[in-house]
Design a protein around this ligand. Structure first.
Ligand code: ZN
Length: 116
């Protein structure tokens, strides 16, 4: 497996094209894109005599923190879709890391006037 951060300048054009192809093959279905970060925590409710007052907290509750136009917001993730949302978020982060790397490869090809 190719290690991120390897010096692209040391690769031949042929290797760069092969790398680009390999990276692109790892990008998942764009229809599953879900950007953001998932956080889970346990909560205390407002009930004075609730078990959470004795340390048995409620939860976990999961939230997706999303960023848009420089602002972040938290969206509650219902338990029924936490696993699916986690898969989507992980696949999206992986895919975006691959796209960033593909862009680096293309930049290297551009510098060599070999971009196609
Ligand atoms: Zn409670």
């Amino acid at each position: 497996m190719y290690r991120m951060g390897k010096k692209l300048a040391e690769l031949t054009e042929r290797q760069l094209y092969a790398l680009r192809k390999r990276l692109a093959a790892g990008v998942g279905d764009p229809a599953l894109t879900l950007r953001g970060t998932l956080v889970s925590d346990m909560r205390r409710c407002s009930g004075e005599h609730c078990r959470c007052r004795r340390g048995q907290l409620h939860g976990p509750y999961t939230y997706l923190t999303t960023y848009s136009s420089g602002r972040s917001r938290m969206v509650y993730v219902p338990q029924a879709v936490v696993a699916t949302a986690t898969e989507h978020v992980n696949a999206t982060q992986h895919g975006e890391a691959l796209l960033a790397e593909i862009s680096r490869v293309n930049l290297e090809l551009l510098k060599r006037r070999a971009l196609r």
